[in-house]
Design a protein around this ligand. Structure first.
Ligand SMILES: [Zn+2]
Ligand SMILES: [Zn+2]
Length: 77
């Protein structure tokens, strides 16, 4: 099942963190999504090969998307 994070524009879970920029499936607004480590707050690398998981270079650890702190910023119009 695809994991969606909450859209700051419509407050529904409509952003797929596998992509950036990504359009909300509900309101179609576009956002840039950056993931941060919940432990050390470093910017995470996306693990594109198989799933939606992220990797922290600092902690040397794979981080589940449910633990990642996502920063969502609107793509300028
Ligand atoms: Zn939305
Ligand atoms: Zn970390």
């Amino acid at each position: 099942m695809t994991y969606f994070i909450k859209c700051p524009a419509c407050q529904k879970e409509g952003l797929d963190p596998r992509y950036s920029p990504v359009a909300c499936i509900h309101c179609k607004k576009e956002f840039n999504i950056v993931g941060f480590c919940p432990t050390c707050h470093a910017e995470l690398q996306k693990f594109k090969c198989c799933s939606v998981d992220f990797f922290c270079n600092t902690c040397n650890e794979l981080i589940s998307k449910k633990r990642v702190e996502f920063r969502v910023t609107p793509v300028s119009p």
